[in-house]
Design a protein around this ligand. Structure first.
Ligand SMILES: NC(=O)c1ccc[n+]([C@@H]2O[C@H](COP(=O)([O-])OP(=O)(O)OC[C@H]3O[C@@H](n4cnc5c(N)ncnc54)[C@H](OP(=O)(O)O)[C@@H]3O)[C@@H](O)[C@H]2O)c1
Length: 268
């Protein structure tokens, strides 16, 4: 397959780029650097020219992912996450490629026990609202795929932002925010198995735990010096409303990422 990865300098995008490159012809983009194809999603002409080079699949991982920043500046979040979508979809339509769009568990409000693909989306923050708006544009086309992800953890080739946190002397981590986090290397194989799927799929890890538990277990595994400080909604001034319980399941497939112990056995 010939695959285009938009956002191949990012945490998720650079891992997908490296893994897909083992079996496919892959072109990756960023806004500049890393030897990737430079393109800004705001440049719809540049995006069209690139897409028209001909790809079987376009994987869209680019955009604004900082929840606090999106809450402070909803217009910028919309510009990054929603405005480029229609020109991108129009360009792709032209070529017959399939778009795979990465979305988030933050499209849900966190009040249910768990969420499958049929659950109603009720975002409580701006980031989630932009992802719902982008999903709607993608899902207006039958052949495209939206993959909703929970918190993703692990090592990434170009943007190692998850593990970089453990270099700090202390990390604040919420005891009251729970999800089933996905180990990053398990995304590409799941993705390959779902390549012929369209609509919405959830891909999540096998274990449900709090941010505090996850960070503590990763810190212990790495033998990092960082102190993990337990916080919750009462002790922290929130920069953004955050859903508390985001457990994703799938009614469409039985794939899950590994539990945390299995993931940590792989994490170096
Ligand atoms: N990380 C998670 O835990 C997680 C969880 C759920 C869902 N997701 C979803 O997964 C996707 C990737 O997240 P991530 O954590 O990997 O994000 P990230 O590390 O911040 O990477 C974002 C990528 O987007 C690119 N980008 C940003 N604005 C751009 C623009 N205007 N034009 C072109 N490229 C642009 C960045 O490239 P440059 O800065 O190099 O230009 C970078 O490659 C997002 O859609 C996110 O919603 C992530």
């Amino acid at each position: 397959m010939r695959i285009l990865i938009l956002g191949a300098s990012g945490f998720v995008g650079s891992a997908l780029h490296a893994q897909f490159a083992e079996n496919h012809e892959v072109v990756g983009t960023s806004r500049g650097g890393h030897g990737l194809v430079p393109v800004d999603l705001a440049d719809s002409g540049g995006v069209r020219t690139l897409v028209e080079q001909g790809f079987d699949v376009v994987v869209h991982t680019a955009g604004a992912v900082d929840l606090g920043a999106a809450q402070r500046d909803p217009v910028a979040a919309h510009v990054a996450n929603v405005a480029p979508m229609q020109p991108l979809l129009d360009a792709i339509d032209h070529t017959g490629a399939k778009l795979v769009y990465l979305s988030t568990d933050n499209v849900f409000d966190g009040t249910a026990d768990h969420y499958d693909e049929s659950a109603t989306r009720t975002p409580i923050n701006v980031y989630g609202e932009t992802k719902v708006a982008a999903e709607d544009l993608v899902l207006a086309h039958d052949r495209h795929l939206v993959i909703r992800l929970p918190l993703v953890y692990g090592r990434s080739p170009l943007s190692n932002k998850f593990l970089a946190r453990f270099a700090a002397p202390q990390i604040q981590a919420r005891t009251d925010i729970v999800c089933n986090p996905l180990y990053l290397p398990s995304l590409a194989p799941a993705f390959e198995q779902l390549a012929d799927t369209s609509g919405v799929v959830h891909i999540a890890g096998a274990e449900t735990l709090s941010r505090f538990e996850l960070m503590t277990r990763v810190r212990d595994h790495l033998a990092a010096p960082a102190r993990i400080v337990a916080t919750d909604r009462f002790s922290t001034a929130e920069d953004c409303p955050r859903p508390l319980r985001l457990v994703m399941r799938s009614m469409r497939h039985s794939l899950t990422g590994p539990d945390v112990a299995t993931a940590l056995a792989d994490l170096h």
